[in-house]
Design a protein around this ligand. Sequence first.
Ligand code: UTP
Length: 408
Amino acid sequence: MTYQEAKEKLAPAGQEHLLAYYDELTQEQKEGLLEQIDALDLSLLDLIRDGVKEVKKGKLEPLGAVTLDEIATRKESYERLGIEAIKQCKVGAVLLAGGQGTRLGLDKPKGMLNVGIQKELYLFEQLIHNLMEVVKKADAWVPLFVMTSEKNHSDTTTFFKEHDYFGYNKDYVFFFVQEMAPAASYQGKIYLEEKGRLATSPNGNGGWFSSLAKAGLLDTIHRLGVEWLNVFAVDNVLQKIADLVFVGATLDAGCVCGAKVVAKADPNEKVGVLCLEDKKPSIVEYYEMTDEIINSRDAQGKLLYNYGVILNYLFEVKTLQKIMDENMPTHVVEKKIPYLNEDGEVVKPTEPNGYKFETLVLDMIHMMDNCLSFEVVREKEFAPIKNRTGVDSLESARELMKSNGIEL
Ligand code: UTP
């Protein structure tokens, strides 16, 4: 794209300020900036033009889960099915590690966080340990796809190399980079983060499959015979990955996807609940539900909307390919965005100062015809590290790890 073309693209959208420092840039910086502007999706700004609107949910109905008791009675047969699938390399794992962990405030990838106390134990390392349990049981490697972002790719890949993939077989580890989205002020002006760079951030975890495809990894998936992908977050240190019982149960149910869920601690817990929306599976946030829905119970007194998701999903690859080009909803999120002020100085705000645009993996569930809701024990499988202190923090995760016998 030329300077003139960039101007013509930006002017109608009121974004010409992005070229304010163009003349001061080196040739290389100029090219980088024009490339960014060329790739820029200005339609995102429509989402904030008249204020951010909440998307209306359809008709909600409860969706039961295969409960812990039911799972316990069929554990062996589910596990057998799971082992068979893993042995045939039908299941791959996708580690979502493109986020910025802004709440934790780290300046490196979240997976590099040392969760150990007496010894070093990195988040990435513990996740590999968790996956190794399945590898050992099935006596087969599980392909592991790791999504990074432009911001943390090189740190992440270097870290894995330096630690010799934490004992994993590196031939079964594949990295890919997710896309970025611009960040804008409340007035809808895209920020610059440097004179020659737009402020961008990873575009959410919803684009993982299309990014994986863009990186050419579908060939690898088909070559290896992978038919299912288990997607999981980097920050749940107790995460079971490619869980044999979960895989077996989803296959047995004949569903196109499965979601691990935990029973809510109380009706008002702030989790996304797996239910039906207009007869299709859907994850609905607590703030999208009325009090009446939140508190509704069955004849036995059990909450009807009882199961919260923990960001651990199993998707059928065939179905993912079918929906890959469908539009996903874009969420507009308020964030603290470092930017260049009018005097050309970098400002690091302490309060949110604008919007980022993200798609979310949980919205994929509503694109599926069915979904197995699979209950797990919260204390054994859910220890997310989101915050510096308090709820869902390193401290709380360490306590849970210790109670699960993990040496720290
Ligand atoms: P979160 O929504 O908790 O975001 O991500 P985050 O970036 O880790 O943390 P905050 O909100 O900035 O504090 C849930 C999972 O999705 C991944 C994260 O790495 C984490 O595993 N993710 C998130 C991505 O891979 N890409 C993204 O753009 C956002």
